[in-house]
Write a protein that binds this ligand. Sequence first.
Ligand code: G3P
Ligand code: MG
Length: 216
Amino acid sequence: MDFLCIAHRGASGYEPENTLLAVRKALEFGADGVEVDVYNVEGELMVIHDDTLERTTNGRGTVAGKSAAYLRSLDAGKGERIPFLREVVDAVAGRAFLNVELKGPDTALLAKDLLAGKDGVLVSSFDHRELARAAHCGIPVGVLWTRPPRGWEKIVSGLQADSVNIALHSVRLPFVEKAHALGMKVFVYTVNNPADIERMRGMGVDGVFTNFPDRV
Ligand code: G3P
Ligand code: MG
């Protein structure tokens, strides 16, 4: 069975997270997939993880309320700009699958506009209402949880999810087996330690999100 290597925020262990440099580095490593996080900025999806700017850029304050022009003027590390999702789509260009994690409101329909009809895309989110909008448009979806709640089976079936994406600390073998029995893949984040990578492989999960794709 396949065990997929998904570069988390690009190859973020090596290059500034969620930049085109990190995406290209992941492709150089031959990652099977690339995960990025997106916000709606003035009707375009921009690639950044936090809802504030300080940790990953030289900007200040929240992403919400900023113009795309302002965000594009910032340094996201090594002189990189905060990418538009469309630039990431072009960079990946079918060389890996693309997992777009929706952060913040009003992102699903914009993702649909960019991704509908493309092979090798997965939209995921902790915001299951936003995710339902993507699923409704026929985009493959992954349901994100840090820990699956009671009744998770109903939620993933309701969304007709392709995968359930959960945190490393909450993965248990019976959960993996149940998800597989329901026809769902299990992807686990964020798995950087080689021993954990091997443990996940042994448990039969379908792939891991890692900052260090060369370790998988
Ligand atoms: O999609 C997996 C992982 O990226 C979810 O958490 O906070 O790193 O976006 P986070
Ligand atoms: Mg993410």
